[in-house]
Design a protein around this ligand. Sequence first.
Ligand code: ADP
Length: 405
Amino acid sequence: MRILVINSGSSSIKYQLFDMERGEALCGGIVERIGLEMGRVRHWALGDGGRREWVEERPVPDHRLGLAIVAGLLIDAEKGAVRSPDEIDAVGHRVVHGGERFSQTTRITDEVIDAIRELIPLAPLHNPANLKGVEVAREIFPRAEQVAVFDTAFHQTMPPRAYRYAIPTRFYEERGVRVYGFHGTSHLYVSKVAARHLGKPLASCNLITAHLGNGASIAAVERGRSVDTSMGFSPLPGLMMGTRSGDIDPAVVFHLHQALGLSLAEIDRMLNKESGLLGVCGSSDMRDVEARFHAGDADARLALEMYAYRIKKYIGAYVAALGRVDALVFTAGVGENSALVREMACRGLESLGIVLDLTRNNGPMSGEATAIHAGESAVEILVIPTNEELEIALQTRALVEPSPA
Ligand code: ADP
């Protein structure tokens, strides 16, 4: 079975074509700068001689042409992996916001498209771009089943005490103002891998999963189900991120508006694009922050300390929420690669049964999961590379080809 995974953003389309029998992607890439004067297409494919890559600059005025270019690459004799778009059995779409309506991966129908459109007020940046990908893919791959995998779905199991905000109920009931949480596909994927590593069914695992990429969120997973997470109504709250502030007193917004005259749009941009690591030390990329920290830069040190302290506080909170924790999982760019962040975030958590092995933490990572805890640690500490595209492909397959009972 061949499944194409599409992540359609406002100015880019990321894609991977999976061979589900082999359980791996055969080719993939990204079409970037859609709608700008000059676009760029980066494509890779597995061949006999290993992985090959191509980059082409060309104007890509809209998503329709962007996806047509992708379709052309997929059937290219040298760069592609199928002979015709009809060989693609299903297309799995990443859709950011499923609201309360979608708690499961869902076959896309006209009615589902309407429902995703109705959720645009909750995700004004993401859902319209995701929908564009869906609409164009239905035209270009008319024979393929189209499936939506929602970033919010995994967190729909949270209890009301975790997802409600303590504001008047009408804002929840009439406007859907509540915690939704994001990165659900990644939290679920690493939870499944952690369960395999622990040798237990996911339904009996209690986990804390820290997805630390450019965006960052942490989740409390009880018996395989998300019961709390650090992002909220939007992807802004919670952990400190590359350019997002994470948790902040909402009164700061009123103050900046009233005392400094900043507009709401300016404050929005500041909190989402100019804050986090970038706001505190001037670099949003953790590799740069670490390099500056090692060179003795005080701002980079403060940014790292704040970043790690926030993670540590959430770990403590989620130990309290869960009671018993089988494993703490680090994933995504920073979580998988920064031994320094992992060490700083775990330092002082020994009384909670979380004890890092410094040698293992700094050693090589291998395979699906690498254990980095000390022998006496009650909680396993695991580094697990995330693979959201594979999880989308797996969920798409599970929906279109249910395994025999
Ligand atoms: P995205 O949210 O865009 O998918 P990623 O999961 O790729 O992000 O994570 C990007 C972050 O990971 C960046 O801050 C980057 O600096 C960080 N990162 C990647 N490699 C390393 C590394 N070797 N050491 C420290 N940080 C790293």
